[in-house]
Unconditional design. Structure first.
Length: 154
């Protein structure tokens, strides 16, 4: 299974639309409803400052289709549930550090589906701006299955 390939301009336009939606959303429900309609795998997490890392607060249907986990098995767990033996832990830690330091980050990793199948993925993440006092505690990540392995590209 491969998620839609989006070129940079389309992805940038989508992210701008999401930014606008988040700033103008009347509430969390509006944002989650919007994310469920997006045809790109998306998860929303808390900031996860502790040793267990962030916790998934929402996963859209595209994310569930990509990774093979039903939403109920993702929500409340760390995104680390998608990692496995071939996941480069140093890259994952550097990604998280860059996200916290700069507010945005991207990385190519090997993730794992619920059935154990490995797949290369490009993850682009940033702080989720909903115009509330909790914004610094929320993160959004777009995931795209890619053909090339980690170490190439982003």
């Amino acid at each position: 299974m491969t998620s839609p390939k989006l070129d940079a301009p389309i992805r940038t336009m989508l992210e701008a639309a999401l930014d606008c939606c988040f700033r103008n959303a009347s509430g969390r429900h509006d944002v989650l409803q919007f994310l469920d309609a997006v045809r790109i795998p998306v998860i929303v997490t808390d900031a996860g400052a502790g040793p267990s890392g962030p916790k998934i607060l929402h996963a859209n249907a595209e994310m569930c289709a990509l990774c093979g986990y039903p939403r109920a098995q993702l929500v409340g767990r760390s995104p680390r549930v998608l990692q496995g033996p071939a996941t480069d832990r140093a890259r994952a830690r550097a990604f998280r550090a860059a996200l916290e330091t700069h507010g945005r980050a991207s990385v190519r990793l090997i993730n794992y589906r619920a059935d154990g199948e490995a797949y290369p993925v490009l993850i682009r993440a940033g702080r989720l701006d909903l115009g509330t006092r909790l914004d610094d505690q929320l993160r959004i990540a777009f995931e795209t299955e890619v053909a090339d392995p980690p170490g190439r590209g982003a």
